[in-house]
Write a protein that binds this ligand. Structure first.
Ligand SMILES: Cc1ncc(COP(=O)(O)O)c(C=O)c1O
Length: 397
């Protein structure tokens, strides 16, 4: 049975809009990722999942260990629900959450917060100073993994940490070690320009060549620099982990001797933006269905909802992809609408009022900010319905 019929059949008793997760696709994506990691554990990027029960399912699979969370309140909530080893990958200035972390022994054991400058340390220190019987705070340092060339005039990668060179990392590590209430446990260096940028952009061979050139150079530069940074910090203190990479770079990052674990999440759902990599393929696992509610003219149908663009530099690649049936496209003037979305193309003529159109989100977890539940499909059946973060009353970002 083809996927469209399978999804339609599995959800026939439900009314769209609705979101599903195809468990066979999820399992296949997960095992591909574990294979690519070559024996190093994968820390699951929760921003790319945003459903606690799904995170638990993934963590139950061999090869996955620990969570990479996106906010401290999220991490505190996950730990309160029994999850463990949570690295908050982005610095926090949430004083109440930091105080709650210092006050709770279990949370303080399981959660690690991110810093990239001495100011972060001072802020953490000030937030936890008045907490009676405060627990030690686990600290990870973020190292810039971006690519810089042509005398600094060309740069690729996320603009995050100012810490780039071994000397800077050693200085910050020494600053952490001077704080008695803080414990340095890890380093993280995320190469967004490799892991998050597909090297096979569709219909643009020149851009593809430029991306491959940049990524090859960046990979070499980073492997050497990451090794030097890790050595400089390990000279001062033991580290529990050195994290790097993302879904698009698992095999390359895991190969570096300095790396002890890779982070990845998007590859599990395999959203649209992950179709453009040469090194791996995946199966679309997370989809949403919208109902056909109108037919404005013979070659056009209108579905309810749909305007769920992904974050990042705005552009057509951020829109959800009308996926099944194949052969649907947006109207150039309307795009994906706030309440309604017209769809054109050969398949539009065959759709009837009440039919559903299956979409893929451009990114992974952001889909879950639009839906309260994910219906888990195995074969042609919904076997379980689980809440998203939003469904549990949480919108962390
Ligand atoms: C720090 C960090 N590590 C890893 C990742 C990779 O996540 P994913 O595999 O979902 O692309 C990201 C994504 O933005 C990130 O910010």
């Amino acid at each position: 049975m083809d996927d469209r019929r399978r999804y339609d059949r599995a959800t026939a008793h439900l009314d769209p809009p609705l979101a599903v997760l195809d468990l066979a696709a999820l399992r296949s994506n997960a095992s591909g990722m574990v294979r690519r990691a070559g024996g190093k554990p994968i820390r699951v990027a929760s921003k790319s999942i945003r459903s606690r029960p799904v995170l638990e399912r993934v963590l139950a699979m061999d090869g996955f260990a620990g969570i990479m969370a996106f906010t401290l309140p999220e991490a505190l909530w996950l730990v309160s629900r029994g999850l463990r080893d949570v690295l908050v990958a982005y610095p926090t200035v949430d004083r109440a959450a930091l105080a709650a972390l210092a006050a709770d022994g279990r949370a303080a054991r399981e959660i690690t917060v991110m810093v990239d400058r001495a100011e972060h340390l001072d802020l953490v220190e000030a937030a936890v100073a008045g907490v009676p019987g405060r627990h030690e705070i686990r600290i990870c340092m973020d190292i810039d993994a971006g690519f810089v060339t042509l005398g600094g005039t060309f740069r690729a990668g996320a603009r995050r940490s100012p810490v780039r060179e071994p000397g800077q990392a050693a200085d910050l590590a020494a600053a952490v070690l001077r704080h008695p209430g803080l414990r340095l446990v890890g380093l993280m260096a995320y190469e967004a320009q490799i892991a998050g940028v597909g090297d096979a952009p569709s219909g643009n061979p020149l851009l593809a060549r430029a991306i491959r050139w940049m990524q090859a150079r960046s990979r070499r530069e980073l492997a050497a620099r990451r090794g030097r940074v890790v050595r400089a910090v390990r000279h001062l203190t033991d580290l529990e982990f050195v994290n790097g990479g993302g879904s698009g770079s698992i095999e390359q990052t895991a190969r570096e001797p300095a790396i002890t674990e890779v982070a990845a999440g998007s590859g599990l759902f395999h959203p649209r933006l992950f179709d453009f990599y040469r090194g791996f393929t995946g199966r679309p696992a997370a989809l949403f269905a919208l109902p056909v509610v109108r037919r404005p003219s013979p070659g056009v149908v209108t579905v309810l909802g749909g305007g769920y663009p992904a974050s990042g530099a705005p552009g057509p690649d951020r829109l959800p992809q009308p996926y099944l049936p194949h052969g649907l496209r947006y109207d150039r003037d309307e795009g994906a609408g706030e309440v309604q979305t017209p769809l054109l193309g050969p398949a539009a003529g065959r759709l009837r009022i009440g039919d559903r159109v299956w979409f893929r989100h451009a990114k992974a977890g952001e889909l879950c900010e639009r839906f309260t539940a994910l219906h888990l499909i195995d074969g042609d059946e919904v076997v379980e319905t689980v809440p998203t973060y939003r469904g549990e009353g949480h919108t962390f970002l």
